[in-house]
Design a protein around this ligand. Structure first.
Ligand code: ADP
Length: 370
């Protein structure tokens, strides 16, 4: 286990500030996800942590020791890339054992440790196969074993499962969490998938244009996004431009009490926080489409001024295209100049939608070691 501290890290490529003054600390045995859209600087941060990219400014400390200028092989870090790049002319065992051979460890120890690493990723008995005789998911496990066998204090993973199908990705995600828990390794995991981050992370660091937008536990990121960008990036969110007048925010036919100065503001509403009530005649919003997901209905609506909104309703609720609904927001947040300025969506985590609840519950169970 190890702690990681990043201080004022910066990397500039020509006109691009790929990483712009990023400071962050990761605790012993913590799994931090770096999440953000493509090009937001996640990989550049990770490559600097691994020593594959040199920062223009800032420092990186592992267990308090400054490693900023150390070469990759001199750092206590291991890295797993998106493309596994196994050596195809070597069998699986040799791929995993390679790093230990470079360290000139005794043969017996190499064998024991490589076999233990293969066992850890669920590939005991696969040592004699060639990488080409394995599926994509198995190859990525070998890549993981190849890093784990060197017993890094910090494991860095750069979208390691991005090329795999959804089902396999979910399974490997589970395994990474188990390994992290069992081996107690501190991990930094780069992803652009919010589901992956919500399911895996102890904390999520959201990046945008080289900077950190918010660093928090998954349920806080979901429930109290501190910027409009995070609100729109994590989970489904209805964002509606509005105007504050006389203590109320007016947005898309809605009028909600807020204690804010007059002026423009953006209303943010989660679909599950909009109560739908049957409206008489043509009043309210028009239901455009209803999709039944089994656990809930997703209802798409158009307001009179043609703002599109999405709400969720109980399974079995009788909503159909063409009906009219009155919208009653149960919770909402308001953003001004991109920053949260009123009423976080909800402080507790008890009312997260089922899909998010199960992700967060899994994560909490994992953290508790049950
Ligand atoms: P992400 O991992 O979030 O997709 P990256 O860290 O790969 O983002 O890239 C951040 C920004 O830096 C992007 O605009 C990218 O084009 C730029 N960038 C990354 N590496 C280089 C490089 N070696 N040379 C020039 N620009 C780069």
């Amino acid at each position: 286990m190890a702690t990681l501290e990043i201080r004022n890290l910066r990397r500039i490529f020509g006109p691009t500030r790929a990483v712009d003054d990023v400071s962050l600390s990761v605790d012993h045995g913590e799994l931090l996800c770096l999440l953000g859209p493509s090009g937001s600087g996640k990989s550049t941060v990770l490559r600097m942590l691994g020593g594959f990219e040199r920062p223009d400014a800032g420092s990186i400390l592992i267990d308090g020791e400054n490693v900023t200028n150390l070469a990759p092989e001199r750092r206590p870090t291991g890295m797993v890339f998106q493309s596994h790049a196994l050596w195809s002319h070597m069998d699986v065992f040799s791929n995993v054992a390679f790093g230990l051979k470079l360290r000139r460890l005794p043969r017996a120890e190499i064998r024991t440790r490589a076999e233990a690493a293969l066992d850890m990723v669920g590939l005991a008995g696969y040592g004699a196969r060639r990488p080409t005789q394995l599926s994509g998911g198995q190859q990525q496990r070998v890549a993981l074993a190849r890093s784990l066998v060197l017993e890094p204090k910090i494991l860095l993973l750069d979208e390691p499962f991005a090329s795999l199908d959804q089902h396999l990705r979910e399974r490997l995600r589970e395994e990474v969490r188990e390994i992290q828990h069992r081996a107690g390794i501190t991990m930094v995991f780069v992803t652009h998938g919010q589901d992956e981050a919500l399911a895996l992370a102890d904390r999520i660091a959201i990046m945008r244009d080289g900077r950190l937008e918010q660093v928090d536990r998954p349920e806080i990121v979901y429930r109290q996004p501190s910027t409009e960008f995070v609100a729109g990036f994590i989970g489904q969110m209805n964002m509606v431009d509005g105007e504050v007048h006389g203590g109320r925010l007016h947005a898309a036919e809605l009028s909600l009490p807020v204690s804010l100065a007059e002026g423009p503001a953006t209303l943010a509403l989660r679909p599950e926080d909009i109560g739908l009530h049957r409206a008489s005649g043509e009043a309210g919003a028009r239901v455009m489409r209803v999709t039944d997901f089994g656990t809930h209905l997703s209802v798409e609506l158009h307001t009179g001024d043609r703002v599109r909104l999405r709400a969720t309703a109980e399974p079995g609720a009788e909503w159909a295209a063409g009906m009219h609904a009155e919208l009653r927001p149960r919770k909402f947040a308001v953003y001004r100049e991109g920053k949260l300025c009123a009423l976080p969506l909800a402080p507790g985590s008890g009312e997260l939608p089922a899909s998010i609840q199960s992700l967060v519950a899994d994560q909490t169970r994992h953290a508790a070691g049950t």
